[in-house]
Design a protein around this ligand. Sequence first.
Ligand SMILES: [Zn+2]
Length: 161
Amino acid sequence: MAARDGNGWVQCRCGSRHWGLFGAAGLLLHRPGPAQGEVLMQLRAPWVHQGGTWAAPGGAADSHEDAVTAALREAEEEAGVSPARVEVLGLLTSVDHGDWAYHVVLARSGAHDLAVAGNCESEEMRWVALESVARLPLHPAFAASWPTVRSTLVRLLAAQA
Ligand SMILES: [Zn+2]
């Protein structure tokens, strides 16, 4: 298996550079809670790109991975989330620049007590009420996609109920 061959920068036609030679993926994991429940958010360590901001855990996909595989691996590495306790509901391409794309894997966990623990790329992992996410200092790309991501998640959860 090719190990971590996706780590690297892409100089994108949009004029920016993005992390992940084969694109990147994140896991937006929902669990039951008051109101609309909670999602798992990561405060990115100060030394990573756009550090000090909040986003769903995620990172660069490797050449042999699809978005779901990459997102689940990153969430396990960064947050200790066991893939066996995650039910994938859907997939959303939140950024597509042609040269680079970011995919959000929408998922749920029934486990109220799901343990999370960050690695060195995480300053903190926290379950955040869905309605409070927008009040965090978000990663700019995550913030831009959040209204669409949130409404898609709510629709998928309602379809499961
Ligand atoms: Zn771009």
